[in-house]
Design a protein around this ligand. Structure first.
Ligand SMILES: [Zn+2]
Length: 258
């Protein structure tokens, strides 16, 4: 809920079980008083765990470094059971208005780039959604790795602008998780950077839109574009989908109404 709230998908980060505290990961699996019954059935659980953990890693390592290995196993298995029990999700409150593009004719287009290790290739992913959050187009394409990650991100941004133009979108809000590139675009900076020419191209292409806005989002609000970029690893060339998205992407889109 904390993540969803950060992405402005839900109005509150409050835990739906106890209604008392923000539901971060640690709260969801350990601290929430509603689930404490799960843990209290085994006395040694609380003896093994530190009295206060700052992160899930800290909590998990207290079990992993216990001499009796079965304790770590039981801990992990119970975590899984708990995660399973959380499905299906309780009905989510309706998304907040802010995530929507500013007007009904406006499309929201997310993009991302990933570098493939041990390869001279990178991948870009693009997902375009209408005002109701329905996917209208997606792209997953391998591209040659640029000289730097910033150059690659600038290139991904140029590609997404070209994609939107080819798609005939005229009112667009572009969302990316690259702070460097989005900031450079928003503040008309970066002319002297290695990706300065690409930024110029982006500005030039952008003049064609009736409405255009670049927005920075955190990477956990950009999961669909990220998954599409990773998917490019197994593509021979660029792949484009219109309404029927690949089956492994659909659940991400549904989850991420954002
Ligand atoms: Zn709770």
């Amino acid at each position: 809920m904390v993540n969803l709230h950060q992405c402005q998908i839900v109005p509150s980060a409050c835990c739906a079980l106890c209604n008392a505290l923000p539901e971060d990961f640690l709260h969801a699996v350990w601290y929430c008083e509603v689930i404490s019954d799960v843990w209290s059935t085994l006395e040694w659980f609380h003896q093994t765990a530190p009295s206060h953990s700052n992160s899930f890693t800290e909590l998990l390592s207290s079990f992993l470094f216990n001499r009796e290995e079965f304790r770590a196993e039981i801990f992990v298995i119970m975590e899984f059971i708990q995660a399973q029990n959380d499905e299906p999700d309780p009905p989510r409150p309706p998304p907040m208005q802010q995530w929507r593009p500013p007007d009904p004719q406006c499309f929201k287009v997310n993009f991302d780039a990933v570098v493939f290790r041990r390869s001279s290739l990178a991948g870009i992913g693009v997902i375009a959604r209408n005002h109701d959050g329905e996917a209208v187009g997606a792209l997953s394409s391998p591209i040659p790795m640029a000289q730097s990650v910033a150059d690659l991100e600038a290139l991904a941004c140029l590609k997404v602008v070209q994609f939107a133009l080819e798609f005939g979108l005229t009112r667009v809000m572009f969302e990316g998780d690259s702070t460097v590139i989005i900031n450079a675009l928003l503040h008309d900076a970066g002319e002297l950077a290695s990706f300065g020419n690409i930024l110029n191209d982006i500005h030039l292409h952008s003049t064609v839109f009736q409405f255009v806005k670049f927005v920075h989002v955190s990477s956990n609000c950009n999961l669909v574009a990220d998954a599409l970029a990773k998917k490019a690893r197994s593509n021979v060339g660029a792949q484009v989908w219109l309404h029927d998205l690949p089956t492994d992407i659909v659940p991400l889109v549904l989850h991420d109404v954002h």
